[in-house]
Write a protein that binds this ligand. Structure first.
Ligand code: ADP
Ligand code: MG
Length: 333
C-alpha cells in the first residue's frame, strides 16, 4: 500500500512522529499541584509548549497565578516541552516526494493547486454560507476513493460533520457521476456528527485510533470553527478558544503527516462586521487557523452559478484564482 511505503520512508529519515508516545502533562511541571493544574487547564493551557512560550506576566494574568509561580512554571515548561528538532533539506525533499495529489474534479481548480489537493497538508476553505465549502468536502470524499490513476487516493475518508450538512444522497450522486458504485463509496466514508467542540476534538483521537487498521487518506472537518464560535463568547474567551483550536489543528496536522493524508477544514466568514469577531471578510479563528493551515482557499459565488476559489499564502505556489461550477454531478470546470 502506498500509505505504508510513505510512512516507512518517513521512518528511515528519522522524522518519526510517534502517536503512541505518552505526552507530558501540566502536572509534570515543577511546582504544579492539582489546583494549579486546574487553573492552567481552565485558562486553556493543556500543552507544555503553550506555556513555554508565555511571559510570566501574561501567564499570571491568564491563569490567575502569582508572577513568581508563573516564572517557575514557564522555566520548567521550557526544559520539558517538545520543541522539535532539525532535519536536513535533503530529508525534507525526500519526504516531499511522498506527497500525493487529489483531483477536485475541476481541472481549473486542480491547476490552481499545482495538480490537486496535497497530502501532508491542511487545506482551509473559507467563504460565506452557500459558497460551496460543503460541496468541495463531498466531492473530495468521493474522489479520495478513486484509484491513483484516476486522481484519487484509493483510501478511507473520515468526515467530522458539525453542522449536520453531510448528505449520503449527494455522495451517491457524485459517485455515480465518476462511475463508482455509490454503495462502495458510502462504505468507505466514515461520518461522525460532532455535537460540540469538545466532542469534535475527541473525534480526532478516534480517527487516530482507527487509523491503525485503516488507510486514512482524507479527513474533513466541516465546519472547523462553528462550535468554537458558538461556545466561546466574549473577549475573555478569545485566548482559551485560540489555544483549543491551535491544539486541535496540531492534532489534525499530525494525522496528515503520519498517514500521508489530506486534511480539509472549512471555515465560514461573517456576513457582517461583528464587535468580537472583527472584519467580515476575514475567516474565523484568525491567525491560529491561518497559520496552522498549509493552503488557504477563499471561496466566493460569481455570476451564473460559478464559484471562484482564490489561493492565499501558499508555501510553494503563486497566489491565484480558479473558476469552477457545482453541478448535479459535482465539481466541474
Ligand atoms: P457552504 O458549505 O459553503 O455553506 P454548500 O457547499 O452547502 O455551501 O453549497 C450549497 C450550494 O451548492 C447550493 O446553493 C447549490 O448551488 C450547490 N448545490 C448543492 N447541491 C447541489 C446539487 N445537487 N446540484 C447542483 N448544485 C448543488
Ligand atoms: Mg457547509
Amino acid at each position: 500500500m502506498t500509505e505504508k511505503t510513505a510512512s516507512e520512508k518517513i521512518e528511515e529519515e528519522e522524522i518519526v512522529i510517534d502517536v503512541d508516545e505518552p505526552e507530558l502533562t501540566v502536572e509534570d511541571l515543577p511546582g504544579v499541584g492539582p489546583a494549579t493544574a486546574e487553573k492552567l487547564r481552565e485558562a486553556g493551557f493543556e500543552e507544555l509548549l503553550a506555556i513555554a512560550v508565555m511571559s510570566p506576566s501574561e501567564l499570571a494574568e491568564q491563569a490567575e497565578l502569582g508572577e513568581a509561580v508563573s516564572a517557575k512554571i514557564i522555566a520548567g515548561a521550557k526544559k520539558m516541552a517538545d520543541i522539535g528538532g532539525f532535519v536536513s533539506g535533503t530529508a525534507l525533499l525526500d519526504r516531499r516526494k511522498t506527497v500525493q495529489k487529489l483531483t477536485s474534479g475541476s481541472p481549473n481548480f486542480d491547476e490552481l493547486l499545482g495538480g490537486g489537493f496535497e497530502t501532508q497538508a491542511i487545506v482551509e476553505v473559507f467563504g460565506e454560507f452557500g459558497s460551496g465549502k460543503t460541496q468541495i468536502g463531498h466531492q473530495l470524499a468521493v474522489n479520495s476513493i478513486l484509484p491513483l490513476d484516476k486522481g484519487g487516493f484509493d483510501g478511507e475518508v473520515f468526515y467530522i460533520d458539525t453542522e449536520d450538512t453531510f448528505r449520503p444522497e449527494r455522495i451517491a450522486q457524485m459517485a455515480e457521476a465518476v462511475g463508482m458504485d455509490p454503495q462502495d463509496a458510502l462504505d468507505r466514508i466514515h461520518v461522525a456528527r460532532a455535537y460540540n467542540s469538545a466532542h469534535q476534538i475527541l473525534l480526532v483521537d478516534e480517527i487516530k485510533r482507527m487509523s491503525k487498521n485503516l488507510d486514512v487518506k482524507l479527513i474533513i472537518v466541516d465546519s472547523l470553527t462553528s462550535h468554537f464560535r458558538a461556545e466561546y463568547i466574549g473577549r475573555g474567551m478569545l485566548a482559551p478558544r485560540q489555544q483549543k483550536l491551535n491544539k486541535h489543528m496540531k492534532e489534525l496536522k499530525q494525522l496528515s503527516d503520519v498517514n500521508n493524508a489530506l486534511v480539509l477544514v472549512t471555515n465560514q466568514v461573517m456576513s457582517k462586521p461583528d464587535a468580537m469577531w472583527g472584519d467580515p471578510t476575514k475567516a474565523i479563528g484568525g491567525h491560529i487557523v491561518a497559520h496552522a493551515s498549509t493552503f488557504r482557499l477563499y471561496l466566493r459565488k460569481s455570476k451564473g452559478g460559478r464559484r471562484i476559489a482564490r489561493l492565499i499564502d501558499s508555501p510553494n505556489l503563486p497566489d491565484g484564482e480558479a473558476v469552477f461550477t457545482v453541478t448535479t454531478e459535482g465539481l466541474r470546470d
